[in-house]
Design a protein around this ligand. Structure first.
Ligand code: GLN
Length: 472
């Protein structure tokens, strides 16, 4: 059932069988997907939310990078395998207050670095549509648990696509808000100028309901914006009549499989039939987004991750012979291969002599990309394209080739570089595997994305299809 249905049944006093108990049992039933790092049955059973709270009694999971007081928060890393936060992230507080019930913490790529959920220190996650395939990353556990019908929604974080890409691979809806719309307080930092919390659910309507609770200014995050939150539920009914949707040529570029292009074009024609106007737009700098992102994100990561030194918190090497040995071995033992690769890349591009050639350059490209979007949005309300170049790939297929893995992010990272909101919507199937349509909005125009998403889902049933591995 959708989050909305569950909450309204609860308000009407008609919830049976109890959805939290059902979710806990379902989580056990899909244990082989390896989508959960921690199950918190006790905590879930302790929740006694008021029946009139907006998400009352709705079971969900948090990606394991949101700090949960008293419940370990690993960020998919051995470094934080035993870290029990002394405080809650802002969105953890807000969702609890809204009555939603966390049943546990979802598996993820270590420190949210990855596109396949194969970088987790707790092992890879399988895709419920085909367990030989990846669920996408880095919010792979979150996506798999929604797609497997265990929970109504899940939180995620999106630095370069980590909400939208796994949503696309798992046939669900994923929403990445504008940078600054949702507080980052208590969300373990990867690349602070790109990170934004998001939501994965089965429908745009459910994403709207959850974002309504998560969004809003937080004095504890200086980058969270003081600006009223629109009424997303009301926005769902706005429709798309007369809405101008820019079909972005480079999002249908060379690396995008033909079948994906055709599938997404067909989904766009549904929006056209609902009254939207499709026009061509160009984003000429988009092909530069991968190199720019993979300089900026590692640079920020190398700085953020310097806090894990074995002294303050996190993994500490045993029997250290002095401070340098403690730093070196704690980090060598605590971090996985991909995280080390990012720290090395980031340290390199920030070092004197290379800073101008790489980091400053990447920041200039970032500006060009943001300008491209600004120019395009002068003529259209939304920009559309496939979320990913292809459907979910096989486990192990890209692990030996980091550049091939990075290239899979070509359609998502530009959105983060420009700080914009975007949604990934189920848009059909290719060989039985889900494809995603990505819609990108102007900054703080989340409402229009919900309107378009709901319009599409009112006239299609792709989002209602259940994965073969889902609990029924
Ligand atoms: N795949 C991208 C990366 O590895 C994006 C990850 C994310 O959005 N957290 O950096």
């Amino acid at each position: 059932m959708s989050a909305l249905t569950l909450a309204s049944l609860r308000a009407a006093g008609q919830n049976s069988p109890e959805p939290v108990e059902r979710a806990l049992a379902a989580a056990q039933a899909v244990a082989p997907l390896n989508a959960l790092i921690s199950l918190d049955a006790e905590g879930a059973r302790r929740c006694t939310a008021a029946t009139d709270a907006p998400l009352s009694g709705v079971p969900f999971v948090h990606k394991d990078l949101f700090c949960t007081r008293g419940l370990r928060t690993t960020c998919g890393s051995k470094m934080l395998a035993d870290f029990v936060p002394p405080y809650d992230a802002t969105i953890v507080e807000r969702l609890a207050k809204a009555g939603a019930v966390t049943i546990g913490k979802a598996n993820m790529d270590e420190f949210a670095m990855g596109s396949s959920n194969e970088n987790s220190a707790f092992g890879p996650v399988c895709n419920p549509w085909d367990t030989t395939r990846v669920p996408g990353g880095s919010s792979g556990g979150s996506a798999a648990l929604v797609a497997a019908n265990v929970v109504a929604f899940a939180t995620g974080s999106d630095t370069g696509g980590s909400v939208r890409q796994p949503a696309a691979f798992c046939g669900i809806t994923g929403f990445k808000p504008t940078y600054g719309r949702v507080s980052r307080y208590g969300m373990v930092a990867y690349a602070s100028s790109l990170d934004q919390a998001g939501v994965l659910a089965r429908s745009a309507a459910d994403c709207a309901e959850v974002l309504q609770v998560m969004a809003g200014h937080d004095p504890r995050d200086a980058t969270s914006v003081e600006r009223p939150v629109d009424d997303y539920r009301a926005a769902l009914e706005l429709g798309v009549r007369g809405l101008r949707i820019g079909v972005a040529r480079p999002l249908f570029g060379a690396g995008v499989r033909d079948a994906m292009q055709a599938t997404v074009h067909a989904a766009l024609r549904e929006l056209e039939a609902a009254g939207a106007v499709l026009v061509d737009v160009d984003l000429p700098s988009l092909p530069l987004s991968i190199p720019a992102y993979y300089v900026i994100a590692p640079a920020e990561a190398s700085s953020n991750l310097s806090r894990y030194d074995g002294v303050r918190y996190g993994h500490r090497a045993e029997n250290a012979k002095g401070l340098r040995d403690l730093y070196g071995r704690s980090r060598a033992e605590g971090f996985g291969t991909e995280v080390k690769r990012r720290i090395l890349t980031g340290t390199y591009v920030l070092s004197s002599g290379y800073y101008d050639a790489y980091y400053r350059r990447a920041q200039q490209v970032r500006r060009l990309i943001a300008d491209d979007f600004a120019r395009a949005f002068a003529g259209v309300d939304l920009i559309a394209g496939p979320t990913t170049p292809d459907v979910a790939f096989r486990l192990g297929e890209k692990t030996a080739d980091p550049l091939a893995m990075y290239a899979a992010d070509i359609n998502t990272v530009a959105v983060n570089l420009a700080g914009l909101p975007a949604i990934s919507l189920p848009a059909g199937f290719i060989d039985g595997l889900p494809a995603g349509l990505q819609l990108i909005g102007r900054a703080f125009d989340e409402a229009r994305l919900f309107a378009a998403g709901h319009a599409l889902q009112s006239r299609s049933d792709w989002h209602l299809q259940l994965a073969p591995g889902a609990v029924r």
